[in-house]
Write a protein that binds this ligand. Structure first.
Ligand SMILES: C[S@@+](CC[C@H](N)C(=O)[O-])C[C@H]1O[C@@H](n2cnc3c(N)ncnc32)[C@H](O)[C@@H]1O
Length: 243
């Protein structure tokens, strides 16, 4: 499958060694261009992917929702259309600051905090989303356990993350694009090429589909459904507490 993580035992996936402080600094350095570069590099598909993620669960105006690794907060207005109270959390102040200046985001509470040590009581949220954030965490298993801690037992965790296409030709094209053109274009548009080299570094071996499901199981969670997006470039997962 071209993805070594496919064969790993559950819980065995080790994130590439990237310190939290380096991740924080890196997002801080591209925050001012983040939305623009994202739209250019994905050809706008990231909007479709976010909508696909939220379609995994029904609307519930009484639900309390948290978007972890919210970045500039693009998921927040979409969450508000479906759920009641909505909060965003990220550890990178410049990302939150740029988000808070956007008309679509300014009304939402934004909290600066670490996904690995969430400043909330156990079982606080009905819905938790994390879009293109989970592969950045220093430890996937610690991140999943922390998300589980603050998720209500009947709640839903919605994860959107890059993966590997199953089709070899499409996978080759995507890997070529993300390893060569993306750093080049991302570097030109944001002024920080290494930030856009980080994407292929972290997504190449990140567990997807069944391997991601096994990582969830090792942390007491279960993937109820997942959708492959744009031929497997990204995946949307609906995750719940194990019964
Ligand atoms: C690729 S961006 C995704 C932002 C947003 N969710 C989106 O879909 O556009 C990843 C975000 O995760 C945040 N992040 C990474 N590790 C984190 C951690 N341990 N705690 C909180 N935020 C973190 C970064 O600061 C960055 O804003």
């Amino acid at each position: 499958m071209g993805n070594e993580a496919m064969t790993q035992a559950p819980g065995a996936y080790q994130q590439p060694l990237v310190e939290s402080s380096r991740v924080q600094k890196m997002f801080g350095s591209i925050a001012h261009r983040y939305d623009f570069v994202n739209t250019v590099l994905s050809g706008g598909t990231h909007y479709l992917w976010r909508n696909a993620l939220l379609r995994l669960v029904p609307d519930n105006p009484r639900a309390v929702a948290l978007d972890v690794c919210t970045g500039t907060g693009d998921l927040l207005p979409l969450l508000k259309k479906k759920f009641g109270r909505v909060t965003g959390l990220d550890f990178c102040y410049p990302m939150l600051h740029h988000g808070s200046k956007k008309d679509s985001v300014r009304s939402f509470p934004l909290i600066q905090g670490d996904a690995l040590s969430l400043p909330f009581a156990d079982r606080s949220f009905d819905i938790i989303t994390i879009a293109f954030g989970i592969r950045n965490l220093e430890s996937l298993s610690a991140g999943l356990r922390e998300l589980k801690r603050v998720l209500r037992p009947d709640g839903a965790l919605l994860v959107l993350e890059f993966g590997q296409p199953r089709n070899a030709l499409w996978r080759g094209l995507f890997n070529f694009y993300s390893a060569t053109l993306m750093p080049l274009l991302g570097g030109l548009l944001s002024g920080n090429r290494s930030a856009y080299e980080y994407l292929p570094e972290t997504s190449k071996d990140f567990p997807c589909r069944e391997s991601f499901a096994r990582e969830c199981e090792a942390s007491g969670l279960v993937v109820k459904r997942f959708r492959s997006l744009t031929g497997g470039i990204a995946y949307a997962y609906l995750v719940r507490h194990q019964a």
